[in-house]
Design a protein around this ligand. Structure first.
Ligand SMILES: [Zn+2]
Length: 329
């Protein structure tokens, strides 16, 4: 069956009614690494058990706040997408996990494999669409785990390679009905992405433009929203990208303008980095202090409340919108 039964989504443990998603974080990473990490595995081998332990602890923290579903936004071509890990995590914790098929933006993905073919004149968008569709309908590798979303990303200006990936995402959405979620760089990429995806035939109601706090100009957010897509403030707590009070104010203002039914929230946390640990300069550490799985629940939702966002609107943002994106509503 190519197209899912109405109202059903793929979690890593199998099909589930979208109505059961509950409170959802739309963009996190259980494990992640930038491409190339595998060159360093003699020094830092992948440790499944350690990743399991850390992630169970993080998930239990999220569950204390009623989080029922997490979308892991890790694409195929970075390190860290691990369906076997997701399965065990879902079984052990009861969390609904939805994982991705997709390719990252050119600079931080692994485009060489595709670009070599592109240079020979091959239509890679067809090849990539075939890959996405297979992972959505049959599963990832031999794991039997089906991807539930398509993840794509762009440079500040979309490159020809990224155009091919986005075109593949549209083809895969048209074949399978699953949402497209995105990574943007800088304050302008979201408009270009939304326009490109819609022009090529994506359903705007099944598109979520990510990392929109890359811009702190509400006009940018309103311009994307005018396309009828969802926008994700999905780096909340990553104050080095956008200070939380600024993001909270923008979200509250957008709610006042009637957009609460198009906003989603998440942190873009990485619970386990593969490879060697980062040696972060002390001066930038405060910018990461709030980057944790319970920050939205503990601090940001009350802050939104204090700025006039109602409980009903918060429920729409945390429960209704992620569900409706899967339902195309
Ligand atoms: Zn991410």
């Amino acid at each position: 069956m190519d197209r899912k039964e109405a109202g059903m989504i793929s979690t890593v443990l199998g099909p589930m009614s979208a109505e059961k998603m509950g409170i959802t974080l739309v963009h996190e990473h259980f494990t992640f690494a930038y491409p190339g990490w595998f060159a360093d595995v003699s020094i830092v081998p992948d440790d499944f058990q350690a990743a399991l332990k850390t992630n169970i602890s993080v998930i239990e923290t999220a569950q204390k706040y009623g989080i029922k579903t997490i979308i892991d936004a890790t694409p195929n071509d970075t390190g860290g997408r691990n369906p076997e890990l997701y399965k065990v995590l879902a079984e052990k914790t009861g969390l609904n996990i939805i994982c991705s098929t997709g390719l990252y933006w050119e600079e931080e993905g692994s485009p060489a494999y595709w670009k070599k073919r592109m240079g020979l004149g091959t239509d890679i968008s067809k090849m990539i669409a075939d890959l996405f569709i297979k992972e959505i309908t049959e599963g990832i590798g031999k794991t039997g785990v089906k991807a539930g979303v398509i993840k794509v990303g762009t440079s500040p200006k979309m490159s020809p390679y990224e155009e091919a990936v986005h075109l593949a995402a549209v083809k895969a959405q048209q074949a399978t009905g699953v949402p497209i979620i995105t990574h943007t760089e800088g304050p302008t990429g979201g408009i270009e992405q939304a326009d490109f995806l819609i022009k090529e035939g994506a359903d705007p109601k099944k598109v979520m433009i990510g990392h929109v706090s890359g811009s702190q100009d509400i006009e940018y957010h309103k311009t994307i929203l005018a396309r009828g897509v969802y926008i994700a403030f999905d780096r909340i707590g990553l104050d080095i990208v956008a200070p939380t009070p600024v993001t909270v104010k923008i979200i509250a203002d957008l709610c006042k303008l009637g957009y609460s039914n198009k906003i989603t929230l998440s942190h873009d946390t990485v619970n386990v980095w593969l490879g060697r640990p980062y040696d972060l300069p002390e001066a930038i550490l405060p910018g990461f202090a709030n980057w944790r799985i319970d920050f939205i629940s503990e601090k940001v939702l009350p802050a939104l409340n204090a700025q006039g966002v109602t409980d009903e609107q918060i429920k729409t943002i945390m429960v209704g919108n992620p569900r409706n994106m899967f339902l195309g509503q």
